[in-house]
Design a protein around this ligand. Structure first.
Ligand SMILES: Nc1ncnc2c1ncn2[C@@H]1O[C@H](COP(=O)(O)O)[C@@H](OP(=O)(O)O)[C@H]1O
Ligand SMILES: C[C@]12CC[C@@H]3c4ccc(OS(=O)(=O)O)cc4CC[C@H]3[C@@H]1CC[C@@H]2O
Length: 325
């Protein structure tokens, strides 16, 4: 395996997790030898151990903010934007000051990844985080720890059009594990993605659960899309801030500065994101590729794109959810 392989591809599990996981349905993974199905979703062994620990130990606070995404749907960007907007009084964003945490720290180090932390350091003390605690997860709505469901904590869900998300994951996987992915045909990966047997999948169910939750409980779950974030970043940042109870009033300049600081061009060119490595072993530059809408066109053939579109049409039919790109 390459040197940038994150710990999450490993299988350094506790005996308890190993025993439990061994009873679950399994399938050969793309990057890992086995993926396991738990509560309807497919996971790597490491992230599954993290989810199990999180379900068992995480205690929510009413003031918590949890960012939820499918992998490769804008997690890094959303972490940066929400960190910047929540901390705008403590760390004002201005082009003239060079000491904002996001200028020297990768967003993943500022916002903990719940199942990742629960895998790597199961005894991590989340109560030490400053309030409001800002965290992220890829856990499905159904599998969220009970205290998250039962407390007043807020969830911001960001979804991306499935073709771009798939293509982003495809290239990311190739960077993470070039040897394991070299002979894996994209046709097979698209088929597995459409069948739902891909990391965190089925993608469709993940999106739909949060979509309906946001409609049933709009004060608890805010649904945003990568595409709207990209085309109207400032308006979406304001909408997120309103939802979180810290709306901008007469701070147009701050909004613009946050948008600029967190843009793809700005973050991807920072030294910390070009050269850094996360503690889990992942190179930070792997988190930034093109940052575009519709970039799938240079990777997916027409027939593969149609395969994903047909599945999306079928799954999202009647839900009110639509992606036009
Ligand atoms: N500041 C930013 N603005 C827009 N897109 C960003 C971004 N930072 C990262 N991305 C893009 O978001 C995707 C990664 O998602 P995640 O953070 O969930 O892993 C990648 O998409 P591409 O591979 O299509 O370029 C990456 O380039
Ligand atoms: C969740 C994650 C992005 C996806 C990374 C990943 C992708 C594909 C994998 O192979 S397989 O399960 O389909 O065989 C495994 C992984 C493991 C690490 C995943 C990353 C951890 C944090 C990123 O957001």
């Amino acid at each position: 395996m390459s040197s940038s392989v994150p710990d999450y591809l490993g299988e350094d599990l506790t005996q308890q997790a190993r025993d439990f996981i061994s009873s679950l349905p399994r399938e050969k993974g793309w990057l890992v030898s086995q993926m396991y199905q738990y509560q309807g979703r497919w996971h790597t062994p490491a992230l599954l151990q993290g989810i199990l620990n999180c379900q068992k130990h995480f205690q929510a606070k009413d003031s918590d903010i949890i960012l939820v995404t499918n992998p490769k749907s804008g997690t890094t960007w959303l972490k940066a934007l929400v960190f910047a907007l929540l901390n705008r009084h403590k760390f004002p964003v201005s082009s003239s000051s060079g000491d904002h945490p996001l200028l020297v720290t990768n967003p993943h180090l500022l916002v903990p990844f719940l199942e990742g932390v629960y895998y790597e350091s199961p005894d991590f003390d989340f109560s030490e985080l400053p309030s409001p605690r800002l965290m992220n997860t890829h856990i499905s709505h159904f599998s969220l720890p009970e205290p998250v469901q039962n407390s007043a904590c807020k969830i911001v869900y960001c979804c991306r059009n499935p073709k771009d998300m798939f293509v982003s994951l495809w290239h990311f996987g190739k960077k993470l594990a070039p040897e394991e992915t070299a002979d894996y045909p994209i046709e097979k990966a698209v088929e597995a993605f459409c069948e739902g047997k891909f990391i965190g999948g089925p993608f469709w169910d993940h999106v739909l659960e949060y979509w309906y939750a946001s409609r049933e409980n709009p004060n608890k779950v805010l649904f945003v899309t990568y595409e709207e974030l990209k085309t109207q970043t400032g308006a979406e940042v304001k909408r997120i801030a309103e939802f979180l109870g810290c709306g901008f009033t007469g701070e147009e300049e701050q909004v613009e500065e946050i948008v600029k600081l967190c843009s793809f061009e700005s973050l991807s060119n920072l030294e910390v994101n070009r050269q850094g490595k996360l503690p889990n072993g992942m190179e930070t530059k792997a988190l930034f590729r093109k940052g575009e809408i519709g970039g799938w066109r240079d990777t997916l053939s027409e027939s593969l794109a149609e395969e994903i579109d047909a599945k999306m049409e079928k799954k999202f039919q009647g839900s009110g959810l639509k992606f036009s790109c």
